[in-house]
Design a protein around this ligand. Structure first.
Ligand SMILES: [Zn+2]
Length: 72
């Protein structure tokens, strides 16, 4: 799917999860930089990407499939 379409089709960002843990995405305001940044509510990682929960599941499945291929 086109990324812009995906964004338009997903107005509720609170449903997104982090790529590292599949946990909730938290937003923190940085007073020093007058900026906001997202971080993982599970591990605190700030270098994250917010994705749909089903996309996280898909990635996990792909990782598992990769692992199984190597195992044969
Ligand atoms: Zn995490």
């Amino acid at each position: 799917m086109n990324y812009d379409n995906w964004k338009l089709a997903t107005p509720d960002y609170s449903d997104l999860v982090t790529t590292c843990c599949g946990a909730e995405v938290e937003t923190k305001e940085s007073l020093a930089h007058d900026d906001k940044y997202d971080y993982c509510s599970c591990c605190g990682e700030t270098d994250i990407e917010a994705i749909e929960p089903y996309e996280y599941e898909e990635r996990k499945r792909e990782d598992a499939a990769e692992f199984n291929r190597d195992d044969i």
